[in-house]
Design a protein around this ligand. Structure first.
Ligand code: AMP
Ligand code: ZN
Length: 431
């Protein structure tokens, strides 16, 4: 098993906790001195940097929420003078102002180092060719991965998303061995590859892909792995925490390692804000431990997951989290039932004949319609088969969510194609 930084990646738990505590104290002191926004918040919570003596004392500190990033926008939470900042990224926020995140030179170098650990952990090395099909621009996804891969010595093709024909040409011409791509776009690209009669196992050199930036299920992973004959690794991150590489799977693909020397993680009950028991599901809260330009304390990600406390077979001591189960703000309610889009995706991707694209349409609080594309061979006039398939989808969604959906079966290519983050839920409810 390869390591990028074996010493740090396999640091004994006790030493890792010590390192976390040292870095936590330093971070708290810095934000108290340099960031007025935090000083005021700490004073309101009646807590001083010297009150942080153990890791558990983090509970005394107030949370940072997404709303905090808008207060004193854009430089309000920055702990360095502008002359020391070298990069800006913003989140793909859907409403209002974006969330602006700044990096110093050290931060850029560190975020690349984190990615280097992640890539090497999956077996990537010099000689690999990474086609980076995430969006280059304000979004962190492409750039952070790009710098990390270069650090390992991997040849990067900065393809960006879209233009699927060109994506496939690049793969063929340059012998791409790895992809960095969103799951929804990966499903589409895989279907185009197969439609063109290309045998990915023979005609392409693809070995693995890193999929992230949006939630997806184990079923989607398996489906794309089978379509392309590759290994897919889950890559989790958010702009506020540098972007990709916050959580990443190792070769065992059994949860995502969080680099605990860089992030202090907590899982809380999103309503009460109290920590959940070890291993229980809740909202992931992260504190940066090694960030210069913009340290964030107890940042509420809104992402739901659980900590996997057991040690990993790969030997890394940094704990893992489960696949992100959804965002607390992605959840929608129909007939009084809380539903996550991923529950529906999981059902759809496990049904034979379902193609890569679907949408959930909400017109009222009592009903949801699932529009789903299915393989074109199924539109061959044999109506009984379509009726059976529709019933199967309705039944399985009903047992997964407790709500009976309306289902529309569509030919491939009917729904809009997603090249970045897919918009799966169309909520047309006005009140
Ligand atoms: P952004 O604001 O564009 O950086 O998006 C970050 C958000 O995308 C995270 O907070 C998650 O909700 C979601 N996300 C990113 N990677 C993953 C992943 N691998 N699995 C599930 N959700 C993800
Ligand atoms: Zn592992």
């Amino acid at each position: 098993m390869e390591f990028w930084n074996k010493e740090l990646e396999t640091l004994k738990s006790q030493k890792l906790r010590q390192l976390q505590l040292e870095r936590l104290k330093k971070t708290i002191l810095r934000v108290y001195q340099k960031v007025p926004h935090y000083r005021v918040k700490f004073q309101e919570a009646k807590v001083k940097p010297t009150d942080i003596k153990h890791l558990e004392d983090i509970h005394k500190l107030p949370f940072t929420t997404k709303e905090d990033l808008y207060v004193d926008y854009p430089f309000g939470l920055v702990a360095l003078p502008v002359e020391k900042l070298i990069r800006l990224h913003t989140s793909s926020g859907t409403t209002g102002k974006p969330k602006a995140i700044f990096f110093s030179k050290k931060d850029i170098n560190n975020s690349a180092d984190i990615i280097a650990r992640c890539l090497v952990m999956t077996g990537a090395k010099r000689g690999d060719i990474l086609q980076n099909s995430m969006t280059y621009g304000l979004f962190t996804g492409a750039f952070v991965m790009h710098y990390g891969a270069e650090k390992v010595g991997i040849l990067v093709i900065p393809a960006g998303p879209g233009n699927t024909e060109r994506q496939i040409t690049l793969m063929r011409d340059f012998g791409t061995t790895m992809l960095h791509i969103t799951p929804s776009y990966a499903l589409y690209v895989a279907s185009v590859i197969l439609d063109k009669g290309i045998d990915p196992r023979k005609d392409l050199k693809l070995k693995r892909a890193y999929l992230g930036a949006e939630p997806y299920s184990e079923e989607t992973r398996k489906k794309i792995e089978e379509m392309l004959g590759i290994d897919i690794y889950n890559c989790y991150g958010l702009t506020e925490m540098n972007g990709p590489g916050v959580g990443f799977e190792c070769k065992y693909k059994a949860g995502l390692h969080i680099w605990e020397d860089n992030f202090l993680m907590e899982v809380i009950n999103p309503e009460s804000g109290e920590p959940v028991k070890d291993g229980e599901i809740g909202e992931l809260v992260l504190t940066t431990l090694n960030r210069e330009a913009m340290p964030l304390i107890r940042y509420r990600t809104r992402d739901l997951t659980r900590i996997i406390p057991e040690p990993c077979k790969c030997g890394r001591t940094h704990r893992r989290i489960s696949r992100i189960l959804g965002r607390s703000d992605d959840m929608f309610i129909v007939k009084g039932v809380n539903i996550f889009p991923q529950q529906i995706e999981q059902v759809l991707m496990s049904i034979k004949g379902v193609a890569q694209n679907y949408q959930i349409i909400l017109e009222s609080y009592d009903e949801m319609t699932v529009k789903v594309e299915i393989d074109k061979e199924l539109f061959d006039g044999k109506i009984e088969r379509l009726i059976k398939m529709k019933e199967e989808i309705i039944d399985k969604i009903r047992s997964a969510t407790m709500v009976k959906p309306k289902v529309e079966l569509l030919e491939p290519g009917t729904l809009p194609i997603s090249e970045g983050k897919a918009k799966r839920v169309i909520d047309n409810r006005t009140i």
